[in-house]
Design a protein around this ligand. Structure first.
Ligand SMILES: Nc1ncnc2c1ncn2[C@@H]1O[C@H](COP(=O)(O)OP(=O)(O)OP(=O)(O)O)[C@@H](O)[C@H]1O
Ligand code: SF4
Ligand SMILES: [Mg+2]
Length: 325
């Protein structure tokens, strides 16, 4: 598989009162064509900011220090607003956590999918409408002629997210960024939405960047997994390696906290303490204050992300490749 997207040494910071906080530090990864890549980590670790940087949608006060985002062979960082607008919704589309934020409350849902098609494809409205109906069927909606005319408030959360997904795939994008796409939905309909994303990935071949705080969910969905912590990639490998042989103490903690049959009725493990980002120029392991095996060296410099086993990267001084101490 070839790379669709390569992010190289991305660094993003925000100004706080007296200093800067780096919320994305030295982030590099690639997404292969047709792959579902998982990005996992607890709240505030930088998943959304990383993903928003891809189509140039960062908040205005975000400062990108350096880095390259190579998409289809071009560095998106060099694109002007017109070029960025052209790839958004067409080559790269988003599915966010809360479907209502992606939908216009004053427009029938069918028209919202239609609008995306008409903006990016040179086809007549009649042809576009036929595509919309067929897409609505494809994403599992029934009574589509009727539903086409409904407004977002007339639909359930799951139906709205299916409309958002139909709009997201309407131009056959190369990359879909799905940021916690099922977190706001009822547990009973989550599985259906995840299954749909997998089916669309298989049918259209779009790559998916699948973002979640839930490692078990990411494991179900993804080929490879990136684990982020406080703005750093701390582990990156095939999903199987991450789950069966984690190398980083934080990933280990995440795995121990996944509920399973054998843990039923027992108190679930959780990583003690809270995430804090390093201040600018602060030199220590970002996980040091919460790590149960930390040693002096961990408080003196930032560990590099290294390929400890072929295809398995970890950012920890003490990771040995067998087990975590
Ligand atoms: N506009 C902003 N100004 C200052 N800091 C910001 C801004 N937007 C995000 N941040 C900070 O950047 C960090 C990363 O935020 P981000 O939204 O990427 O986290 P996340 O991993 O997506 O979290 P969640 O799981 O809660 O969605 C957080 O510490 C957040 O407070
Ligand atoms: S570098 Fe040190 S503090 Fe950081 S995860 Fe490894 S052992 Fe823990
Ligand atoms: Mg987020």
């Amino acid at each position: 598989m070839n790379n669709l997207l390569s992010i190289e040494n991305l660094n993003i910071k925000f100004k706080s009162k007296k200093t800067y906080t780096k919320v994305v530090t030295d982030v590099s990864f690639d997404i292969k064509k047709g792959e579902i890549l998982g990005l996992v980590g607890e709240s505030g670790c930088g998943k959304t900011i990383t993903s928003l940087s891809i189509p140039g949608l960062l908040p205005k006060d975000a400062i990108v220090e350096n880095g390259k985002i190579i998409f289809d062979g071009h560095n998106i960082m060099d694109f002007n607003e017109k070029e960025l607008t052209e790839i958004r919704g067409n080559r790269i589309s988003f599915i966010f956590q809360e479907p209502s934020t992606s939908l216009n409350p004053l427009m029938p849902v069918g028209n919202q999918i239609l609008e995306n098609i008409v903006i990016h494809k040179k086809i007549s409205k009649e042809e576009a409408k036929k595509s919309v109906i067929s897409l609505m069927k494809k994403v599992g909606l029934s009574d589509t002629e009727n539903m086409y005319k409904k407004y977002p408030h007339e639909l359930s959360g799951g139906q709205k997210q299916r409309i958002v997904i139909a709009a997201a795939v309407s131009c056959n994008p190369a990359l879909i960024i799905a940021d916690e796409p099922t977190t706001a939905l009822d547990v009973t309909i989550q599985a259906g939405i995840l299954e749909l994303l997998k089916e669309l990935n298989a049918e259209y071949g779009s790559s998916i960047l699948f973002i979640s705080h839930d490692l078990a969910l990411v494991n179900q969905m993804c080929d490879r997994i990136i684990v982020m912590y406080a703005g750093f990639i701390i582990e990156f490998s095939e999903a199987e390696n991450i789950i069966s042989s984690p190398l980083h103490p934080y990933t280990n903690g995440l795995i121990k906290s996944i509920p399973t049959e054998s843990k039923k009725g027992k108190k679930l493990y959780s990583v003690e303490g809270r995430v804090s980002h390093l201040r600018e120029n602060e030199k220590k392991c970002p996980f040091a204050s919460r790590c149960t095996i930390a040693q002096d060296i961990c408080f003196k410099s930032v560990p590099e992300l290294r390929e400890l086993i072929p295809g398995h990267f970890v950012r920890c001084f003490l990771a040995k490749g067998d087990k975590n101490g």
